[in-house]
Design a protein around this ligand. Structure first.
Ligand code: MN
Length: 201
């Protein structure tokens, strides 16, 4: 059984950039529903009980066809949100520290250019989905995915994620996804991004 991980800070901790009500609903309703639906989908699959979430996503094709889509969407939702909460924080630094910053500059010319490209990927995702900074080997790249699709299923390691589903911003920003993205840059937890960057996958 999968469980909803606690938010690593208070619901109001990301104010004024991400509002308390959005955080509360996003975590206790949306993320909780992915966990619940994932457990529902797997309840007859006793042999999968001990499989971790990453292996589950990488081995979707081995699941019974009738539950593959439900598992893909909800395992993705659970994995993506679990990572997303930790990638934000109340008192973050403005930019990553040395080694990651050097790598970002190498891959995207400057930190500013990286932010512009990432923002463009987040704005350009039509409908619901995510923008990502991912690592493949030594290379960093920016991608976006639809729905709850995870870069992990393409063997790319995500180190920064931005949820651009409307549920992530509509209460405060309504249709202004661009304002939400601008605000979100203020709460990126670069220490976590750097930790993921350095971690062996
Ligand atoms: Mn979400």
């Amino acid at each position: 059984m999968f469980t909803l991980p606690p938010l690593p800070y208070d619901y109001a901790a990301l104010e004024p950039f991400i509002d308390e009500e959005t955080m509360r609903l996003h975590h206790t309703k949306h993320h909780a529903a992915y966990v619940q639906n994932l457990n529902d989908a797997l309840k007859t699959q006793t042999e999968l009980e001990n499989m971790d979430i990453i292996n589950l996503i990488r081995n979707l094709k081995k699941l019974p066809p009738e539950i593959q889509n439900k598992v893909k969407n909800n395992a993705g939702g659970h994995l993506n949100h679990s990572a997303f909460w930790k990638m934000m924080g109340p008192k973050p630094r403005k930019e990553p520290s040395k080694s990651l910053l050097a790598s970002i500059k190498k891959n995207f010319k400057s930190f500013k250019e990286f932010q512009e490209l990432f923002t463009a990927a987040a704005l350009g995702r039509f409908g619901s989905g995510w923008a990502w900074l991912v690592v493949e080997g030594k290379k960093l790249s920016i991608i976006s995915t639809a729905n709850q699709d995870s870069p992990i299923s393409e063997n790319k390691k995500p180190i920064l994620a931005l949820d651009v589903w409307e549920h992530a911003y509509y209460l405060r920003y309504q249709n202004r996804r661009s304002d939400y993205i601008d605000a979100w840059w203020n709460v990126v937890n670069w220490e976590e991004v750097e930790r993921l960057y350095k971690e062996k996958s």
